[in-house]
Write a protein that binds this ligand. Structure first.
Ligand code: B12
Ligand code: SF4
Length: 360
């Protein structure tokens, strides 16, 4: 019987062979990198705690709710010995981001959100990877996560050798930049671990800190989520603070500025994943056109994309802010006037703000 058919034979050679096979399967499933680490996440545990204690997470209560489950993988999934971290690139060809950002009549949707929701795609792929591992080693515990609140994904990825955490707090790899998603499998298989990624290679560069439209970085490596446009346009449920509306510009869902200026992103690979291709011209759409979508059109067009969970009301909130930041064209004024009596107080207030801005 060949060695790989003796699943519970945990000799170092058998485990090394299994780790090699897992890397091959991951590549076949469309992941660009995979690393393995043990369950100790220091110093990321302490930093997370400091971040939450300082209240920098805003209304994202789930950041504090999970307590030690976030930094102690064994507390989240008892019996966990190893964390398998994977990377999937998402940047696609399409409209040039800077050209869209510089055109105040267009809507900037962050590049990760233009195609199919990555949670679904990556979770399905990770489930397939877990199945293949279980076929080779029946009885193994394998649990997949993608962007799950209880997992400290960037810390795990750094420990597993996938890159360093940059001053913009994103995970960066010297040959891949930061335009990628992360996912994990927690397992009880004592696989050989990879070397953690050594060093922080941002040098004296502060491009990301300087470009941030809302000055959201408290210090290098520390983000005040409450000021980040990604938080304001995606996570925040209520009104966008008035003083932060103008710097949002035409960013209607998320923000990429601190990635667009990062010199390491010159080396980012474009994704070959057809599911991440922009849908409905979202990479370069006119604000007025998107603002005219009814709730039904919003639902039909955006189902299956990350934008869907925003809901029509917050979609209109964000678009109203962007229209208020744009030129006072007749089309923008008419579009806003048509929504001035919207049933939602949230929408009405942002529309009124935008109308007042354009009247100045
Ligand atoms: C909450 C959250 C947000 C919040 C808060 C972001 C933040 N920086 O914390 C908001 C809504 C603002 C956000 C925005 C975005 N997010 Co987000 N987000 C998350 C989530 C769910 C948790 C992040 C978290 O734990 N934050 C808490 C802080 C403390 O942790 P951290 O940011 O990792 O911080 C580390 C460093 O700051 C470092 N650190 C702290 N102090 C110091 C000091 C020194 C000296 C050093 C070296 C390090 C250091 O240690 C911390 C712990 O490791 C993760 C998924 C997950 N479960 O992990 C996705 C995730 C981080 N987001 C992701 C993405 C893509 C984005 C956006 C690019 C989306 C967009 N285009 O709008 C932006 C980027 C904004 C930014 N600059 O971070 C990806 C990042 C991929 C990557 N390459 O890094 C993730 C991993 C989701 C995924 N599965 O792919 N996000
Ligand atoms: S995503 Fe935009 S708003 Fe958020 S920290 Fe980066 S540059 Fe600032």
């Amino acid at each position: 019987m060949p060695e790989h058919d003796t699943p519970h034979h945990d000799s170092p050679a058998a485990l090394a062979a299994l780790a090699g096979a897992i890397r091959d399967w991951a590549r076949e499933l469309g992941f660009q990198a995979l690393g393995i680490c043990a369950t100790t996440l220091a110093p990321h545990d302490r930093r997370l705690q400091e971040w939450v204690d300082a209240g920098l997470h805003g209304d994202m209560d789930y950041m504090e709710r999970h307590g030690e489950k976030r930094w102690r993988p064994e507390a989240l999934v008892p019996g966990t010995l190893r964390l398998i971290s994977v990377r999937m690139d998402y940047r696609h060809d399409g409209a040039e981001p800077l050209a869209v950002l510089q055109d105040p009549e267009r809507a900037y949707v962050s590049r990760y959100a233009l195609g199919r929701d990555y949670h679904k795609l990556m979770r399905a792929r990770l489930a397939r990877l877990a199945e293949r591992i279980a076929e080779r080693r029946p009885g193994s515990a394998l649990r997949a996560f993608v962007d799950s609140a209880p997992v400290l994904e960037r810390g795990v990825a750094q420990k597993a050798g996938l890159g360093w955490i940059g001053k913009n707090t994103l995970l960066i790899h010297p040959r891949a930049g930061s335009w990628f998603f992360l996912g994990e499998i927690y397992t009880d298989i004592p696989l050989p671990v990879d070397a953690e990624f050594g060093g922080v290679h941002c040098g004296s560069c502060t491009a990301c800190l300087d470009v941030c439209p809302t000055r959201a970085f408290v210090a290098p490596f520390v983000l005040d989520a409450r000021r980040c446009i990604s938080y304001l346009t995606i996570e925040l449920h209520g009104a966008i603070p008035v003083e932060l509306r103008a710097p949002i510009g035409n960013r209607v869902f998320g923000c990429d500025d601190c990635q667009l200026v990062c010199p390491w992103n010159k080396f980012a690979q474009h994704s070959g994943e057809s599911d991440f291709r922009p849908r409905h011209g979202l990479d370069d759409a006119a604000l007025v056109a998107l603002f005219s979508w009814s709730a039904e059109e919003f639902g039909e067009r955006l189902a299956g994309t990350p934008l869907y969970r925003l809901g029509h009301e917050r979609w209109l909130r964000n678009l109203a802010v962007a229209l208020g930041n744009g030129p006072p064209s007749d089309a923008a004024r008419a579009a806003l006037a048509a929504r001035a009596g919207h049933p939602s107080e949230l929408v009405r207030e942002h529309v009124a703000w935008a109308i007042a801005r354009l009247a100045r």
